[in-house]
Design a protein around this ligand. Structure first.
Ligand code: PEP
Ligand code: MG
Length: 570
């Protein structure tokens, strides 16, 4: 019998929990809990020998730094930079001095560390932008150092002895990026949201993940669970027959996916290009080897998240050349730096803002700092000329037709031929026809389009329901933009996470979307869904979704009309 709720988590028997699926796929295995941070005891006495305690604290900071550097060596390029930057915080002498000062003023050995971290966190927050973003890393350094002083295990990801499902309160993007794909079967977290960058990374890595699961951290280590990263269901101690059924479905899906390959098209041959979202050289190399038609979104800001100074034209050219190389003869859509909001760049910071998601981010920041855009376009033009990839450049966060025209001029002035824009601001979606008349193509960023249409912060996990791309208002916004693109005679793709949902992909194709760009791990299921439905089917599914009153009924309406053998599989 299945039960629900907190008590059922620690007791024996089957229990079903519900979270939000953010990276589809199913997995079954034992839970490995990430260690929670150890807190200083409330009644910790003053250090008996402050000088000796300071020595221990500093040695622990240095051990933490060495450990992070060792992790960096094994990590991919994006995670490597983040880990190295975190190690630098642990080596910071002014932080060590602050701890020493507090020990001499009468604080206990671990409280002195916590207080120094709080003090630095307040300073970082006051500086805003890049520094404010580093507060999570600073607190991570504090938690690791306190654990080291106490001889406790480091908080965060466990060292896995067997393939497991990792459970955590939340995972920082850097932690997610360092996960060992061969040992992490799945991820469940208490916090997190649908389009948080941790969720995006999990999908990129093809690891099933469920977030917003209230009981994630209380499931005992070793408990066998099955998770469904699509529906968000997590079953504790599942019935063996159900595990078997899930395994059979996984096998059937693999067999069905193996049966289709090549370009994205409907059963009657209507083409919808299947493209990859990438964030750097390693992603490009992995995606380049896959059966896909190119890159629909290269998030260039991911490459420079921990760069303290602006990369030179030569440095950028080298990186872009390595990204383009695997795609000779295929398209690569590069997005110029989408700095700001949740992705601040130290070298492109315009200072603190009350509402950074509504502030000078994306193209607005490029207009305020034209030299940064100029250097990037120079590097892109040089790298494009040096490789056989069909490079197209688009701008993020475009709101008006005049912004689109300005960007198109900059792109063409650098000898790059195909300017495009992201449509992710409702204003641009409503005016898609005139915005797209200024450029060669558009790409819908449904993550931000949902955030701004529903006035719901995409970083706020609790608002995930409003951020659902199946929300009628979001679907209506997409349909409006698609109509505008058709009137302008310009192709319009989708590169938000919604493109990787096979059911929604059918709706998007029915609305006239011409390409779908997603984490490469999602392409197989989307290709399968398209191949099994005609363009007319897709149009009917789009009409059914648009007529629904809620996200759940829209999804159900589409599911109910799928090709029968796909209903259980997708
Ligand atoms: C989007 O907003 O949908 C998008 C693709 O860009 P990002 O997730 O990087 O903001
Ligand atoms: Mg966006």
């Amino acid at each position: 019998m299945s039960t629900r709720g907190t008590a059922a988590v620690t007791e024996g028997g089957t229990a079903v929990l519900h979270g939000i699926g953010v990276s589809p796929g199913t997995a079954y295995g034992p839970i490995a809990q990430a260690a929670a941070p150890v807190m200083p005891a409330a009644d910790e006495p003053a250090a008996e020998d402050p000088a000796a305690a300071a020595e221990t604290a500093i040695a622990s900071f240095m051990d933490v730094a060495d450990d992070l550097d060792a992790k960096a060596l094994r990590a991919d390029p994006t995670a490597r930079d983040i880990l190295k930057a975190t190690a630098m915080i642990a080596r910071d002498r002014s932080l060590h001095r602050e701890v020493t000062k507090r020990l001499h003023a009468g604080s206990g050995p671990t409280r002195a560390i916590a207080e120094a971290i709080d003090e630095f966190a307040a300073r970082f927050e006051a500086l805003g932008g890049y520094f404010a973003e580093r507060v999570t890393d600073l607190r991570d350094v504090g938690a690791r150092t306190i654990a080291a002083v106490l001889g406790e295990p480091a908080p965060g990801l466990p060292d896995l002895a067997e393939p497991s499902i990792v459970a955590a309160d939340d995972l920082a993007p850097a932690e997610t990026a360092t996960l060992d794909r061969s040992l992490v079967l799945g991820i469940i977290t208490r916090a997190g949201g649908l389009t948080s960058h941790t969720a995006i990374l999990a999908a990129q890595m093809g690891i099933p993940a469920v977030v917003q699961l209230p009981d994630a951290t209380t499931i005992p280590d070793g408990t066998l669970v099955s998770i469904d990263g699509g529906s968000g269901d997590v079953v504790l101690r599942p019935d063996p027959a159900a595990v078997d059924a899930q395994r059979r479905r996984r096998q059937q899906l693999s067999a069905a996916l193996a049966g289709v390959s090549g370009p994205g098209e409907t059963s009657d041959g209507h083409r919808v290009a299947l493209l990859a979202n990438i964030g750097g050289v390693e992603d490009a190399e992995l995606a380049g080897a896959e059966d896909l038609e190119g890159v629909g979104l290269f998030r260039t800001e991911f490459v420079f998240l921990s760069a303290a100074v602006a990369p030179t034209v030569e440095e950028q050219t080298d990186i872009y050349r390595r990204v383009f190389a695997p795609f000779s003869g295929r398209r690569v859509v590069v997005r110029t730096l989408d700095a700001g909001a949740d992705k601040p760049l130290a070298f492109a910071d315009l200072g603190p803002e009350e509402n950074p998601a509504l502030g000078r981010r994306g193209l607005r920041l490029s207009q305020a700092r034209p030299k940064i855009l100029d250097a990037q376009l120079q590097a892109l033009a040089a790298a494009a000329a040096a490789t056989g990839a069909d490079v197209k450049v688009m701008a993020p966060m475009v709101s008006t037709a005049s912004e689109a025209r300005w960007f198109a001029q900059q792109v063409r002035a650098h000898g790059l031929s195909s300017p495009g824009v992201m449509i992710e601001v409702p204003g641009a979606a409503v005016r898609a026809r005139s915005v797209l008349e200024a450029v060669d193509f558009g790409s819908l960023g449904t993550n931000d389009l949902a955030q701004y249409t529903m006035a719901a912060d995409r970083m706020e996990g609790e608002l995930s329901e409003l951020l659902d791309p199946w929300q009628p208002a979001v679907l209506a916004m997409i349909a409006t933009a698609a109509d505008g693109a058709e009137e302008a005679g310009k192709p319009l793709g989708v590169c938000g996470e919604s493109a990787g949902d096979p059911l929604l992909a059918l709706v998007l194709a029915g609305l006239g979307i011409t390409s779908l760009s997603m984490a490469p791990s999602r392409i197989g299921a989307v290709r399968l869904a398209l191949r099994r439905h005609s363009q007319e089917d897709c149009r009917a599914l789009a009409a059914a979704a648009l007529a629904a009153e809620t996200p759940a009924s829209a999804r159900e309406a589409v599911r109910a009309s799928l090709a029968p053998d796909l209903i259980e599989l997708l």
